[in-house]
Design a protein around this ligand. Structure first.
Ligand code: B1M
Length: 211
């Protein structure tokens, strides 16, 4: 087993301590931080993501794997910043205004991060203006919105309208998800993509950004 396979394996198992030790071991072998990230951590998280999509693992396993991956990323982050490694894209994500549900949004964010996106997580109950403002100031490639309530999911359209008014709609892709959201709703409000689950969200995001 290569060191990358070992890291990917421990990410899948959600073993933070082993991931930390293996990432440090790989660095001591002078393996580059971006190789460790993509061939080890991201590879492991991609496998978890695929299993989650196929109902071969469930939310708790995804959360522990994401935690292990985050530990590994924490070690690599300063080195990646030094080397200026480009992420797949920059995504501003959040749960829509009026909605406090954040579990699905957190998983979507973790899987996107695991796939190599830079995530700016605005949290839950995010005011529509904040989505637009952050997309602008962060120079986002992607805005990801989550909604669990039928009463407030309409705010997703307000964000899209706000992006148009701010003159940045053409430069940012919009992806939406959450239990009451459908492809038909995404089409109706003019979102670029819809994902029924967080793993599909990664596929949709990559496709929208040609990655
Ligand atoms: Co609430 N709640 N809740 N709740 N809650 C629902 C959503 C509800 C369906 C329950 C029910 O009545 N059967 C119902 C909504 C009804 C409706 O609008 N039609 C409801 C209600 C009514 C409420 C309150 C109004 C209750 C009250 O106070 N009377 C209140 C609202 C508060 C508010 O938001 N303003 C409320 C509160 C809460 C808790 C705080 C107690 C808690 C949330 C805790 C938290 O999130 N930190 C809670 C919970 C846990 C639920 C249920 C039980 C579970 C939601 C969840 O986390 N699912 C939910 C019932 C249900 O959905 N069956 C319910 C697991 C999660 C992984 O799934 O978020 O769908 P989900 O995410 C999936 C996909 O949708 C997708 O990927 C995820 C994983 O694959 N996805 C994305 C989601 N976002 C995505 C974004 C993407 C891509 C994919 O790209 C950006």
């Amino acid at each position: 087993m290569t060191i990358f396979e070992k890291i990917a394996d421990e990410v899948q198992k959600g073993n933070s301590e082993s991931v930390e030790a293996l990432v440090n071991e790989a660095l001591s072998q002078e393996i580059s931080a971006d190789m460790i990230m993509y061939a080890g951590l991201v590879e492991g998280m991609n496998i978890v993501s695929e299993k989650f999509k196929n109902n071969e693992c469930f939310i708790p396993e995804v959360l522990v794997s994401a935690k292990a991956m985050t530990v590994g990323l924490g070690i690599l982050k300063p080195l990646l910043a030094e080397k200026n490694v480009k992420p797949l894209g920059r995504a501003v994500i959040g749960t829509i205004q009026g909605d406090l549900h954040d579990i699905g949004k957190n998983i979507a964010g973790m899987l996107l991060q695991g796939a190599g996106f830079e995530i700016i997580d605005l949290g839950a109950d995010v005011h529509v203006d904040r989505f637009v403002e952050s997309a602008k100031t962060e120079n986002a490639d992607l805005v990801g919105m989550s909604a669990l309530l039928t009463t407030t999911m309409v705010n997703m359209k307000t964000v899209i309208d706000g992006l148009k008014e701010a003159g940045i709609r053409e430069s940012v892709k919009v992806i939406i998800g959450g239990a009451p959201v459908t492809q038909a709703y995404a089409d109706q409000i003019g979102a670029d993509g819809y994902a029924a689950d967080a793993a599909t969200g990664v596929d949709v995001a990559k496709k929208l950004l040609d990655k």
